[in-house]
Design a protein around this ligand. Structure first.
Ligand code: AGP
Length: 607
């Protein structure tokens, strides 16, 4: 999704803006641009394609000044092109705007403005904001932006520059993330903190319907009616290294390798000295004990974590769990009562559909527990309670460590509920906790032997179809595995509940099909072996993921990858890792960039 940034201070703004845009690249974009006030006028440089093209332009057409705004665009209205790139200006070039989000009523606003004589250059929704602000400008940019926003419906994080007030940036937010970084004599703004970390760790999270006036030495917050708001800064305590590649070729590979540490960070603070689970951050024991039903909602990878969550909560705590995709849930008519818990999962905490689902559940009176990786995110702030996955920043578009840490949170919730509901014996609970404490070391072991996967990827990366099959938790992992391969290798990959093969999908199997069979549910080994034999007999190449020292599938599969022994319920924490690596190596074999897959954005902040 689009990334926005801004700078006002004492430095040369151009390198600061470009630097911040580089940090936002991971969000996905197809063009980029900046606007800087050079002492006389606002100069705009923009370019279709990668940031390097904008940098090349800037090398020839240098702009210097200490205030500016920048943008990486992920096209929604109008094709990716120089003209449609942001910043957009009013006709006189005196106001420049960058915007992340969608102005839903832009057609009617555009018609009205055109009737008043405003000439449009681009096909974007954003350009109406530049003209509207010009229309309302009477010597005070803050007031003009506030008036313009009253006409706009939709979502936005925007930043505005005006040559008549060249010491100020006005920014505003509704349903799109925005943070302001503050330091002595300089202020920064961006779509997320990773873009600011190099300069400051003190940030303000802008809330919906807030307008901010940013000057070199002040940051002032207002509501829609320009009533002042007092806000506190938050201090970011994670290390900048966590947002850098640290010697790995790609962020995705680094993040796959960070899983053992991330899992430890998720688990350890929630296990007491007495080896009990403490997740009091999400609800009191009383609330958890009285929970009669749980609803889990999320998108993409987080949704797959939710499916595992359903299995384990129902298995350990015997509480019925419904799971839904957020973009579906928000348009249904779900039924809640106060004894229902609503668990909402999101790495970024900013996904538009997920936020909409949460707000809807809140209106229905459910208690909202957010599992997210971003402490200051909208989700974390709006939910009744928030469970931090503690995974550190995830930059690669394809989620890896976010998934396993979300799983760890769900295991903790399942076991705590089981303890409180009395559906697990003390002995079994302590065995389960002990086992969870070994998972991080076991994840290290999975990561030590990558040769089989690398070799298999080099032989099969260009298969036309890939099917992932499994049963129970292995089926959920099949879905997540298929998504990984789809996202970064552009292979048509699908997950099937292995038992469903015969009901249709087996018709698709031929010699150009890869089948990855995830086989960690011991009671179902024989069934899975039959499925493998069925697809092998029809020409598929088969990779099997199962336990170490397990030879059950040696004769049926073409290659077998092992994960260490653990409880069948906990295997998702380990069995996803070979699939993540497989997708990564396939993508590298094809010379694709696994960190920035085509058409995808890290944080999907529009519907
Ligand atoms: C994961 O690999 C995907 N990029 C995507 O499915 C993602 O999980 C989804 O967009 C939800 O994002 P969130 O967790 O930030 O809400």
């Amino acid at each position: 999704m689009c990334g926005i940034t801004g700078y006002v201070g004492v430095k040369d703004a151009t390198p600061v803006l470009i630097n911040a845009l580089k940090k936002l690249e991971y969000r996905g974009y197809d063009s980029a641009g900046i606007a800087v006030f050079d002492g006389q006028e606002i100069l705009v440089r923009k370019s279709k394609g990668a940031l390097k093209f904008l940098e090349q332009k800037l090398a020839k057409e240098i702009i210097r000044g200490s205030i500016g705004i920048g943008h990486t665009r992920w096209a929604t209205h109008g094709e990716p092109s120089d003209i449609n790139s942001h910043p957009h200006t009013d006709v006189s070039g005196s106001i420049a705007v960058v915007h992340n989000g969608i102005i839903e009523n832009y057609v009617s606003l555009r018609e009205k403005l055109e009737k008043k004589g405003f000439a449009f250059k681009s096909q974007t929704d954003t350009e109406v904001a530049a003209h509207l602000i010009h229309f309302y400008y009477e010597g005070n940019l803050l007031e003009a932006v506030s008036k313009a926003l009253k006409d706009i419906s939709g979502s936005y994080a925007l930043a505005v520059l005006c040559d008549k007030q060249p010491d100020v940036i006005v920014a505003a937010r509704k349903d799109s993330p925005l943070v302001i970084g503050t330091a002595k004599n300089e202020q920064f703004l961006a779509s997320d903190v990773t873009a600011l970390l190099e300069y400051t760790r003190d940030v303000y999270y802008v809330d919906d319907n807030e307008i901010v006036e940013i000057k070199k030495d002040s940051v002032k917050f207002y509501d829609n009616d320009l009533e002042p708001i007092t806000k506190q800064t938050s201090h970011i305590d994670w290390d900048i290294d966590s947002a850098e590649k640290c010697g790995y070729e790609h962020f995705m590979l680094k993040e796959i390798h960070e899983q053992p540490a991330a899992l430890r960070q998720t688990l350890s603070p929630r296990i007491t000295k007495e080896k009990k689970i403490d997740i009091s951050e999400i609800a009191s024991d009383e609330i958890l004990r009285s929970t009669e039903r749980i609803v889990i909602t999320a998108c993409g990878t987080a949704y797959h974590a939710g499916i595992v969550g359903k299995y384990v909560i129902e298995h350990f705590a015997r509480i019925p769990v419904d799971i839904d995709i957020a973009s579906e849930f928000r348009y249904r008519e779900p039924i809640f009562n106060p004894k229902n818990l609503f668990i909402i999962i999101s790495q970024s905490g900013e996904t538009a559909d997920t936020l909409a689902a949460m707000r809807m559940a809140k209106k229905c009176g459910a208690r909202i527990i957010a599992i997210t990786n971003v402490a200051g995110s909208t989700l974390a702030r709006e939910a009744d309670a928030f469970m931090h996955t503690n995974g550190g920043p995830e930059i690669a578009v394809a989620s890896t460590k976010a998934f396993t840490t979300q799983l760890m949170c769900l295991y903790l919730i399942a076991l705590k509920l089981a303890e409180l509901k009395g559906t697990i014996s003390e002995e079994n609970l302590s065995k389960a906790i002990k086992e969870l404490e070994t998972i991080s070391a076991k994840a290290e072991i999975v990561l030590q032997d990558k040769k089989t996967i690398q070799k298999f990827a080099s032989r099969t990366f260009n298969k036309k179809k890939a099917f992932f099959i499994g049963r129970l938790a292995d089926y959920a992992i099949s879905m997540e595995s298929a998504l990984k391969l789809k996202e970064i290798n552009y292979t048509h990959s699908e997950a099937f509940a292995a038992g469903e093969l015969k009901h249709g999908p087996i018709a698709l199997i031929d010699t150009d099909t890869l089948v990855v069979a995830i086989c960690t549910q011991r009671a179902l080994f024989e069934k899975m072996d039959s499925n493998i034999k069925e697809v092998k007999a029809r020409g598929a190449s088969v990779l099997c993921i199962t336990y170490e020292n397990e030879h059950f599938f040696d004769d049926s599969a073409d290659a077998v990858v092992h994960i260490p022994e653990t409880f069948d319920e906990f295997t998702p924490l380990l069995s996803i890792i070979p699939s993540q690596l497989y997708a990564y190596y396939c993508s590298v074999q094809r010379s694709l960039d696994p960190d920035k897959p085509r058409n995808l954005a890290k944080s999907v902040t529009v519907e």
